[in-house]
Design a protein. Structure first.
Length: 273
């Protein structure tokens, strides 16, 4: 009896699928059994050796194995800490943040909880950075600043909860920088509202900057935004009140000509205090 070409091809496809499935199964088993029977101490020694040699991917595989196979072992907590560092060194910011959050959740009173919190903030800091920023080719305040907001929150929490931490001074410096970046970002949004004629939204955005980032340099420009927004709303008395505050705090503001305010986007007459 002759076998049709279609049946022959079908059999060949089924055999190929079986081979692929078998190979995949063996591969998964081999990967699963890579550290089968390896003692915790050996895994930790290999991880430490890899960390010291800068072989962070190798270190991660050993540290993850400790975390999985020996969650209550002698080196479990230290392995979790070093895993944060190893993820950070491989620039896997998401994994570093997740590992740090997990460590803080599991060990809130650990002596190195401040380190975990600092590394979580530092991972967000790096995730929010752009390589061209140092060349001043772009302004990160105009970008999506979700990661930078996370870093700002983490560093503030660190300084608040662990004021005596060895990481607090560096966190404080980063807070100053991030506060200015985040405030400038809000002013970019407020400027957009002014250009679109959404004057109330611009006023509210300026007020938000002043209330949430009172120490940022951008608060002075936030006052100018509020003056212009009130002018757009034809609320000249309120605009004049804010203008007086602007003159007292930033007499050299670029919108001022002496004690007279020059609108940039609003079609309104200049305002004098």
């Amino acid at each position: 009896m002759r076998v049709s070409p279609i049946a022959t091809r079908l059999v060949a496809l089924l055999l190929a699928a079986a081979l692929i499935t078998g190979c995949a199964g063996r591969s998964g088993t081999e990967e699963q059994d890579e550290f089968e029977g390896v003692a915790e101490q050996q895994l930790y020694d290999e991880a430490r050796d890899a960390l010291e040699g800068g072989r962070y991917t190798t270190a991660i595989t050993r540290l993850e194995a400790i975390d999985t196979r020996y969650p209550f072992g002698r080196h479990a907590e230290q392995a979790q800490l070093e895993l944060i560092y190893a993820y950070y060194q491989t620039q896997d910011w998401e994994a570093a943040r997740a590992a740090a959050s997990r460590f803080i959740r599991l060990h809130p009173t650990h002596p190195q909880a401040d380190y975990a919190l600092y590394m979580r903030g530092l991972s967000s800091w790096q995730a929010g950075r752009f390589s061209l920023e140092r060349l001043r080719l772009i302004d990160i305040s105009k970008r999506d600043l979700g990661a930078s907001r996370d870093a700002y929150s983490d560093f503030r929490e660190l300084v608040s909860r662990y004021p005596a931490s060895e990481y607090a001074p560096d966190a404080e410096q980063r807070i100053v920088y991030l506060r200015n970046v985040l405030a400038r970002h809000e002013l970019h949004v407020a400027d957009f509202y002014l250009r679109k004629g959404a004057y109330l939204a611009a006023v509210e955005r300026g007020r938000w900057v002043i209330e949430n980032y009172p120490e940022a340099e951008a608060t002075r420009d936030a006052l100018a935004v509020m003056v212009e927004g009130y002018l757009g709303l034809d609320m000249r008395d309120r605009a004049r009140e804010v203008l007086q505050v602007l003159i007292q705090n930033d007499p050299g503001n670029e919108r001022l000509r002496g004690r007279t305010f020059q609108p940039q986007h609003v079609r309104a007459q200049s305002l004098s205090a």
